[in-house]
Design a binder for this molecule. Structure first.
Ligand code: HPA
Length: 274
């Protein structure tokens, strides 16, 4: 596994001329095209990077862009491969680990999710405070890669409280600050109403099919993490209507400007020297 990660790292380090990269952002559903807000210093398709998986889902371009935000280099990963596409979980997280080896310290994750909390409406952007892994799988299973972190990493604060404070401050300029706990299901079937009720009972506010594997390996590697969900629908049974992917894409498209406006300011603050 470490060989695969190193191959990806070596390719990226040539691609970035060995420059120091401060921040990495993974764009999930609803964030496609965000990279166009910046003048790319360079761009490459995932298919050209060794061991990067190419996403098969619409709206996940599979492209890495290197941009400068407040004079700090930021890697924008447009799209991710998902567990439900059938890939081994440890292959899904190669991009996070490759950038970690390159010294990236800040990680921003985004996703589309179903809302459980009574406090949410479709179109809301939620700052994730914690997660619940309901899949039974974990990207750290197998031989521990000591280069990254210990066998039994602490998960008390996966999502940085500093970054949450920053998200609260930035959101004041855009929308009401809302937080939530994200429950990870494998998908690709949406949850049943009973599963959503179960997730609610154990404390979840959001359900989704991504993000958690990335957050686990990033925390293992000592990165500082923030994650945001765009609520594209109320979860099954909370909404009386059947769920469909087209609705998710439609709300994601409608919320694009709001999400991108917030994210631009958040990244700018993150990359400021204060
Ligand atoms: N469940 C899981 N993943 C999702 C949902 C949902 O309701 N909406 C968008 N992604």
């Amino acid at each position: 596994m470490i060989e695969k990660i190193n191959e990806a790292k070596d390719f990226i380090s040539t691609f970035t001329n060995n420059k120091n990269i401060d921040t990495m952002i993974v764009l999930g559903s609803g964030m496609g095209g965000f990279e166009d807000n910046y003048e790319p210093l360079s761009q490459v398709d995932y298919s050209d990077i060794p061991n990067f998986l190419t996403p098969s889902i619409e709206g996940h371009a599979g492209k890495l862009s290197l941009v400068s935000i407040n004079n700090k280099l930021t890697a924008i990963l447009s799209g991710r491969a998902h567990y439900y596409e059938g890939y081994p979980i440890r292959d899904l997280v190669i991009p996070i680990r490759a950038f970690s080896l390159l010294g990236v310290k800040n990680l921003v994750l985004t996703n589309a999710a179903g809302g459980i909390s009574d406090n949410y409406v479709p179109g809301d952007i939620i700052s994730i405070t914690d997660h619940i892994n309901l899949t039974g799988d974990n990207p750290l299973i197998g031989k521990n890669l000591d280069t990254f972190g210990p066998r039994f990493p602490d998960m008390s604060e996966v999502y940085s409280s500093n970054f949450l404070k920053l998200a609260e401050k930035v959101s004041e300029n855009h929308f009401e600050f809302k937080t939530g706990i994200y429950a990870w299901f494998t998908g690709p079937s949406y949850e049943t109403p009973a599963e959503v009720q179960y997730a609610k009972n154990i404390g979840a506010d959001l359900v989704g099919m991504s993000t958690v594997p990335e957050a686990i390996v990033a925390k293992h590697a000592g990165m500082e993490i923030s994650a945001f969900s765009l609520v594209t629908n109320l979860a099954a049974g909370i909404s009386k209507d059947p769920l469909n992917h087209e609705e998710v894409v439609e709300i994601a498209d409608k919320s694009k400007q709001k999400l991108q406006g917030f994210m631009k300011e958040f990244l700018s603050e993150l990359n400021s020297d204060n």
